[in-house]
Design a protein around this ligand. Sequence first.
Ligand code: UDX
Length: 433
Amino acid sequence: MRVSVLGTGYLGATHAACLSAWGHEVVGVDTDPDRIETLASGRAPFREPGLDELLSAGVQSGRLSFHTRLDAAREADVHFVCVGTPQCRDGSAADLSALWHLLRALAPMLERPCVVVGRSTVPVGTARAVRELLQCSSPVGSQVQVAWNPEFLREGRAVADSLHPDRLVVGAEDNAAQACLREVYAQVVAAGVPYLVTDLATAELAKVAANTMLAARLSLVNLLGEVCEVADANVADLVTVLGHDARIGAQFLQPGLGFGGGCLPKDIRAFAARAEELGVGTELVGAVDTVNMRQRDRAVDKAIRLVDGDVTEARITVLGAAFKAGSDDVRDSPALDVAGRLHAHGANVTVHDPQALANAARAHPDLCYQPDLDGACRDADALLLLTDWDDYRALDPVALRQLVRSPRVLDGRLALDPAKWRAAGWTVAALGR
Ligand code: UDX
């Protein structure tokens, strides 16, 4: 099929590469010329395992091309809308300006019957408004169908999640749109992946519903961690016990500094904003956000206590800048937030990360960065492990003790063995323990 992918961020670039791997003819469009140049050369503009290989295979086969002009998408039978829907600067709702801007430009170009498929995360009710706009403004009117097909990609696993998803969700209220998406995903459906057809509104909700459930789970775990601390219980053991309950399951139960990134925080806020608009009280979602942000406050307090309150004299090394291990993304990174707050308290903060330093330096040019792990730890008064990269789990407390000025560590991700570190002479603080 001839397919266009409009917007080539994490979602769009990965989707375009996978569509071409499934044999479709794919045109990717984005307004950012640097991004398009990189993609057109068969490389990903961000770190995503397996994506470079798919992109270069697609570009070399001639099935995948990238453009800055929307006009290049004109001939497609299916258009996937993958533009960003960030949090509004002045509130918690989703900013849909990029989406409407794109659709207003696209509508007059839709001169033949086609399906426009939303993949961006949007407030429930948007898809029906999209359908109205496109059918009113396109020369072929109601021959433009609209479907919604939310993505559930995790950064760092986006290619695997696309090629082997848990489920495919297709919101389509029209047979032609349903048939078209079945054809697009024929290979995945043939592999036995559950293919769930819903109405437009349910499909729109599917993404924020999943992220709200995940976020709620993490905040509940972190609340349990707070109780464990004061009750002298062990949250790591507690979540192991919980995880053996088949109704609860063991995934997404890792306590610590809480969630960040480009999706969970903004999705739960946008979901709450939309639910409030619809007259539904969202105290529960507000509490999830509050407990999550409180972990960052707690990490800052604990770090200050770790250096005996002497924060302006302290040299603090923050291990981790990415919002999670396996990604170079620093959007709403809990680790960088804590680093920035300690810097604002007057601490001398050095940040290390195996992958995310370039992005971190762009987002927080005020902080000091050190790409060499030993160099970052040398003469530190406290280490704060805030992103759970394997490199940090593998640290040798005996060797490291020789490098630092004071052997004090805050384990913000429960990644270290406290007995081993204490035996090597370290003072060990942790979130949840
Ligand atoms: C998330 C969803 O998982 C994905 O389905 C959706 O499409 C996009 O948003 P992602 O943002 O890549 O994916 O990150 P995810 O792996 O879900 O982690 C989110 C945050 O939760 C990270 O900051 C991570 O460190 C934190 N987390 C995750 C925990 O603190 N504990 C856990 O057990 C799992």
